[in-house]
Design a protein around this ligand. Structure first.
Ligand SMILES: CC(C)(COP(=O)(O)OP(=O)(O)OC[C@H]1O[C@@H](n2cnc3c(N)ncnc32)[C@H](O)[C@@H]1OP(=O)(O)O)[C@@H](O)C(=O)NCCC(=O)NCCS
Length: 354
């Protein structure tokens, strides 16, 4: 008999153990997730709910959700943060029960729709959400650059860490870049400062602004060290990565080569977040990415990664640095009326905790 109840602090340890048994993907490619605290991520949201499924007194799985509000349309919607079922209890309908309970909560809170992210190779999750009436609405790109070789940063740009006054200027720049992106809420100086503080592993000291020769802001971006909240590894490494690893392994004796972590080995990733740039000066963004590449090497990290809508101009810029690109698909379901158009889509970095 399955009981669904609210999370309590004493569940944390068991949930961490279950999560380590639950790679997201299929037999050919799966992402493993390792956290120190299952609930830490929820501290970044104004509200959250985690529902735990228990069978005969044992935790069998859980689902998490948070409700957000579009300040212009005043529309509420729900982000399903995660759904996880212990392999010992999978395929017995537990995730189905959890999703139904989460949707009941969402509707009680007057959410118009719910959305979640699913890693492209995660067929089980795709089939589950499709069966529950969700449809794929957008494919978010994750270009990742292996940071193994220092790059020349062109001298025509000045790249500086931002102080409070500069951040105020950058806020207007970020707002303009993202205006028209669904789920983007314009920042005020205060909300941007609290956003920088609220995200573990981020903060004002990790935000840079690029100016051109006329002292005009032409690009900006932050770096988020997400290892404060989670670590990722390939629990099952894709064949293409294995091939590249053996090719570069041979080359590594004669030159510097990209790092390919072993199966089960955590990636050391810095995320490029809150970026914006003058579309007429894409080279300014490229200069900033090269600068951040060098910083990633200085900090002993292996990858720089971004999360972006497929139509975001950042993709064109970052392609010049030859990234490996993965896709996480957004699935959504409406509770009333039709779903909004998820294009172009603003990625809320808090949602990027898998
Ligand atoms: C995805 C997951 C949550 C499914 O949980 P579950 O309790 O086994 O799912 P259910 O028993 O409710 O399955 C409902 C339907 O989903 C689909 N489904 C679930 N697992 C599947 C699988 N491994 N392969 C194919 N379809 C699957 C099926 O259509 C299934 O219906 P059926 O059993 O009648 O065929 C579970 O496999 C899991 O925890 N995976 C690892 C973590 C993860 O990927 N979470 C999602 C991202 S946060």
């Amino acid at each position: 008999m399955v009981l669904i109840r609210p999370f309590n602090d004493s569940d944390n340890q068991k949930m961490l153990e279950i999560e380590r048994l639950c790679p997201q993907g299929d037999e050919n490619c799966a992402m493993g997730v390792d956290k120190k605290d299952v609930i830490a991520r929820y501290g970044m949201y104004d509200n959250w709910n985690v529902l735990v499924a228990e069978e005969d007194g044992k935790i069998a799985g859980w689902i998490g959700l948070t409700i957000k509000t579009d300040p212009e349309k005043k529309e509420k919607y729900v982000y399903i943060t995660e759904v996880m079922v212990d392999p010992a209890f999978q395929r017995t309908g537990i995730a189905t029960r959890l999703i139904k309970e989460a949707e009941k909560k969402a509707q009680e809170m007057e959410a118009a729709y719910a959305y979640c992210y699913i890693y492209e190779p995660n067929k089980a999750s795709r089939y589950l959400f499709e069966k529950m009436g969700y449809s794929e609405v957008r494919g978010i790109r994750f270009p990742g650059i292996s940071t193994y070789k220092k790059l020349d940063v062109p001298s025509e740009y000045s790249i500086k860490p931002a102080d409070i006054k500069i951040i105020d200027d950058a806020v207007a720049f970020i707002n303009e870049y993202n205006s028209g992106f669904i789920h983007f809420t314009q920042f005020t100086n205060q909300t941007f400062e609290s956003h920088l503080k609220l995200i573990p592993g981020y903060g004002q000291e990790n935000f840079w602004v690029v100016r051109d020769k006329d002292n005009k802001i032409v690009a900006c971006a932050g770096l988020w060290d997400s290892s404060e909240l989670f670590n990722l590894c390939y629990a099952r490494e894709p064949a293409a990565v294995k091939v590249m690893k053996s090719v570069f392994g041979a080359l590594s004796h004669i030159t510097r080569v990209p790092k390919f972590p072993a199966e089960g080995e955590n990636f050391k990733v810095l995320y490029v977040v809150d970026y914006a740039f003058d579309k007429k000066q894409p080279d300014a963004m490229l200069a900033l990415l090269k600068y951040l590449n060098n910083l990633s090497i200085d900090r002993g990290q292996d990858f720089l990664m971004a999360m972006t809508d497929p139509e975001d101009d950042l993709l064109t810029v970052i392609k010049k640095l030859k990234p490996q690109t993965e896709t996480w698909n957004i699935f959504a379901k409406s509770f009333e009326g039709t779903l909004p158009t998820f294009s172009p889509f603003y990625v809320d970095i808090r949602d990027m905790v898998p």
